[in-house]
Ligand binder design. Sequence first.
Ligand code: PGA
Length: 248
Amino acid sequence: MRKPVMAGNWKMHKTAAETAAFFEKFAPLVAGADHAEIVICPPFVNLPAAVAAGGGIGIGAQDVFWLKEGAYTGEVSAPMLAAIGCRWVIIGHSERRQYFNETDETVLKKTVAALDAGLKPIVCVGERLEEREAGATETVLEAQFNAGIAELTGEQFARLVIAYEPVWAIGTGKTATPEIAQAAHHFLRREIRARFGPEAAGACRILYGGSVKPDNIKGLMAQPDIDGALVGGASLDAATFAAIVHYP
Ligand code: PGA
């Protein structure tokens, strides 16, 4: 049995005070919800506020640099994140690929750095609209998997979570249908099996992301290869995200 992961990606939203206010409301709403691992990923500056207010809720960053320290103005390293009680990190989100030159190569370097520091990476893959329309979804997923994930050792792979996020479904209100998402998740699990073996494929959590809302989470989670969600907009409101966490 794969334990679901319900992760909120706040992107560039909320101040430290708003972060504390969120947890004050959210923590009681999800107290006792142990059917899933719950993760909230605020902007870097609000990680300490989230760790302080979060109780048992997992806290994650939205990015990380691949070196431990040095002359890299503006960057934050994995050991720095681990040292403040951050336990997760999103890597390779499509917005980082689109606006900040993230590549499969940097995704791999960041994933290894995060694992070395004991963080749990949520590695994002997903096709753009024109790629889906050109019938290239599986080719794109395979390329991202091969260049960004398949290079890991089996021991490293066992400690990460994958998020399938079709770029055309992010922030657009266009959720992939449960069937479309399932097909992509199934394809990814096949890739995992081919590279890391059946046990790793059976154990790996693959999250869906892209316009997840309280009214579509149940259908998504009913799919055999969907093991949780990476939620953007709908994770900003405590009651809404709690409703998603409580999908069963
Ligand atoms: P969304 O974002 O839920 O607002 O579509 C998902 C994501 O980018 O992780």
